[in-house]
Design a protein around this ligand. Structure first.
Ligand code: IPM
Ligand code: MG
Length: 364
């Protein structure tokens, strides 16, 4: 199979982790006889440095002309980087939001599951029979508070900032459909998360999701308020299968979900549109504090590349092979620094970013 992949390495640890994912994809090509052609493009701070804007039209066009986009991370240290002295619409994050919108990537899947090899990195209280959760957050990605009108102005002599949360029924329906479709292939449970005791957008959300649920009688639907969900995730993540939620809540809950797996460096993500096109990036950020040190955990990006094989290319066997290689690497005791066990490092072998990429490649 021949596929074209646009690559946005981005800022911070982005180039380091993307290099490992490419190594793994090349390993897949070699083993299974595929050809992936990569086109490197800039987005985020590196694009600001090169072109004065975080995302150029050319980058958007190259992404559109590709079968999928592989991304690292963008952004820098907001306190020290000159990028954050620019107007908000010229900062690195604005590029990512514009790209998501331009490519209509409204469905963001963020799976969080506990590798049994990392069970001792899970910070949650022990549970009888051991912890064992496997959930996916289905986050709406092109609407809500992220894309409503926003401005800061002086009102009656007081500086006032406004952000607006907007959802229409069509935006809610299409993400709900995705969530139910995914649940049908998994545990057949959808938990819709909102703040319907306060927000109008949430009340509409609940109504539309309930309506979509009628087409999926096999799927059990529950509703949960977001504050309760934040608590339930650290109390009993085993109760969840698919969580469907809006853009802002999904952003927060997915960071929380990643941490209960042991490290934010483990959580992959796929941002999907209607067809097979998608953008694949780790859920974590650019970690400017460790950028360039070569110690970042590449696993979230490698697992994102596995999601690309699965969702954009339909290469299920290959995607499984990558996931299995990650598991085997962990089972063999190899760890990035963030994964060194909190209960003792006996038998564990610390690896830098590139070494861990190599260990995974060897096991494909
Ligand atoms: C994420 C990130 C982004 C978001 C930032 C970088 C704009 O936190 O993908 O979760 O908030 O969506
Ligand atoms: Mg986030």
């Amino acid at each position: 199979m021949n596929k074209k992949i646009a690559v946005i390495a981005g800022d911070g640890i982005g180039p380091e982790i993307v290099a490992q994912a490419r190594k793994v994809l090349d390993g897949v090509c070699e083993k299974y006889g595929h050809t992936f052609t990569y086109t490197d493009v800039l987005m985020g701070g590196c694009s600001i440095d090169a072109y004065g804007v975080p995302l150029t039209d050319e980058t958007i066009e190259i992404c559109k002309a590709s079968d999928a986009v592989l991304m690292g991370s963008i952004g820098g240290n907001a306190a020290t980087s000159p990028w954050y002295k620019l107007a908000p619409e010229l900062r690195p994050e604005a590029g990512l939001l514009k790209l998501r919108k331009s490519l209509n990537l409204y469905c963001n899947l963020r799976p969080a599951y506990l590798f049994k090899e990392l069970a001792d990195s899970c910070p949650l209280a022990a549970k009888e029979g051991g912890r064992n959760f496997d959930l996916v957050i289905c986050r709406e990605l092109t609407g809500g508070l992220y894309f409503g009108e926003r401005y800061t102005k002086v009102k009656d002599g007081v500086i006032t900032a406004v952000d607006t949360a907007v959802y229409n029924e069509n935006e809610i329906r299409r993400i709900a459909v995705k969530a139910f479709e995914i649940a049908m292939k998994r545990g057949k449970k959808v938990c819709s998360v909102d703040k319907a005791n306060v927000l109008d957008t949430s009340r509409l959300w609940r109504k539309v999701v309930a309506d979509v649920a009628k087409d999926y009688p096999e799927v059990e639907l529950s509703n949960m308020l977001v504050d309760n969900c934040a608590m339930q995730l650290v109390k009993e993540p085993e109760q969840f299968d698919v969580i469907v939620t809006g853009n802002m809540f999904g952003d927060i809950l997915s960071d929380e979900a990643s941490m209960i797996t042991g490290s934010i460096g483990m959580l992959s993500s796929a941002s999907l549109s209607d067809g097979s096109f998608g953008l694949y990036e780790p859920s974590h950020g650019s970690a400017p504090d460790i950028a360039g040190l070569g110690i970042a955990n590449p696993i979230a990006t490698i697992l994102s590349a596995a999601m690309m094989l699965h969702y954009s290319f339909g290469l299920l066997k290959e995607a499984d092979a990558v996931e299995a290689a990650v598991k085997q690497t962990l089972a063999d005791g190899y760890r990035s620094i963030d994964l060194m066990s909190r209960t003792g490092a006996e038998g564990l072998i610390s690896q830098n970013c590139s070494e861990l990429g190599d260990r995974i490649c060897e096991r494909i």
